[in-house]
Unconditional design. Structure first.
Length: 385
């Protein structure tokens, strides 16, 4: 239930998603006077005092148990760094609200690192609120990051961000109720699925697939392509093909047979452990996402944060973490290390997708704030968010 617990916490744009807040209004931080130059907004580094302050999502790091030493405990012992770790990132928008005024004014947020999802990380980087990482101090990041999380438009060289964990969005269906559902075209048009399908309230996931379905690239599309995809979604919704737009409650509905197919997150399906529920790579491809480690302006322990990043990109450490959280491990070499921990997990494609699967993944392009609001408004008009 670890994945379910965390997914429930990630209430996203229009509902519950890994990428963002509810249909609530996004914080207004895109004004020019709030932009910063990270080079002019850096604190004196005090890493020699042996401290590191980290904010992360709930249920997203291994926990102590009898006879088990956590990765964080091992980090503290190896480097002599005391980590003040808090699971206080419950929602990207909510966290923005905590730190927007300070970051917009080049003031400290009393954290050396926090983890945010792709779109939120991109916005902070665009605003100049994140300190660059010294590549020489995080060689494991650059040597071991899986290829599908490299070269993103908003941080192509990973100068400001390092994925903590990742996940896939695809299709799930109940094989005891319906024949295999292999594409988004199936979800939106098959007569036997009418009224028994759910899509996600996360705009970037759902619209990523609608863009792919219509031959557009979610990482680089035009307004015309967006409108074509929106029209496609609207037709399916108006025709009654879609039962609802949901967060991760689709898992229970799918298991109960209330729905027979849906858009789904890989971690949820792995956590459900239901032999009747199959996760499918759609013919259109997969959406991939990550939650990213970021070092904010005015962080006082940047060097220690870089040690943390480099440490968690060691394959053996990454495997130990992945064995607990069960999301996609972003570290090359961790699968071989997982063989020593749990061969069954090492063979799980929802933790270690093969190269062929990763080659089918797509990310959603970073949006300027005005465009983000426009697109989310379009989406909410259809989904009721």
């Amino acid at each position: 239930m670890r994945q379910i617990s965390r997914r429930t916490m990630l209430r996203g744009v229009g509902g519950a998603a890994f990428l963002a807040g509810s249909a609530a209004v996004l914080p207004l931080f895109g004004t020019p006077d709030r932009r910063q130059d990270p080079a002019n907004c850096a604190a004196t580094d005090r890493s020699s005092d042996g401290r590191l302050i980290v904010s992360n999502w709930p249920e997203y790091i291994d926990q102590p148990d009898e006879g088990y030493v956590t990765t964080m405990d091992e980090f503290q012992k190896e480097f002599g760094i005391q980590v003040d770790y808090t699971a206080d990132v419950n929602d990207n928008n909510e966290f923005f609200a905590k730190v927007v005024n300070q970051l917009g004014a080049c003031e400290p947020v009393n954290r050396d690192m926090f983890m945010l999802t792709d779109w939120a990380a991109a916005r902070m980087i665009q605003m100049g609120w994140i300190q660059p990482l010294d590549a020489a101090k995080v060689p494991n990041l650059h040597n071991n990051l899986i290829s599908s999380l490299q070269g993103l438009s908003w941080d192509p060289k990973r100068e400001f961000s390092a994925p903590w964990q990742a996940g896939l969005t695809g299709i799930a269906y109940n094989k005891s109720k319906v024949d295999e559902v292999g594409s988004f075209t199936d979800l939106l048009t098959r007569p036997d699925l009418k009224g028994r399908v759910t899509l996600l309230t996360e705009m970037r996931d759902t619209m990523g697939f609608l863009l792919l379905k219509n031959g557009a690239d979610p990482a680089d599309f035009t307004d015309d392509q967006w409108q074509t995809a929106m029209d496609d979604l609207r037709r399916a919704s108006d025709a009654g093909q879609i039962r609802a737009f949901t967060g991760n409650e689709y898992v229970q509905d799918l298991a109960a047979g209330n729905i027979v197919a849906c858009e789904a997150w890989s971690g949820d399906i792995l956590a459900a452990a239901d032999p009747n529920i199959e996760f499918v790579v759609p013919e259109e491809g997969l959406m991939i996402w990550a939650d990213n480690m970021l070092v904010p302006n005015q962080a006082e322990h940047v060097a220690n944060a870089e040690k943390w990043i480099d440490y968690y990109y060691r394959p053996d450490v990454a495997a130990k973490l992945a064995a607990w959280v069960n999301y996609i491990c972003p570290v090359v070499g961790a699968q071989a290390e997982m063989e020593k921990i749990d061969p069954e997990l090492a063979a799980d494609p929802l933790i270690f997708p093969d190269d062929e699967t990763l080659a089918m993944t797509h990310s959603f392009m970073a949006l300027e704030e005005f465009k983000m609001r426009e697109y989310e408004g379009d989406f909410a008009d259809v989904t009721g968010g």
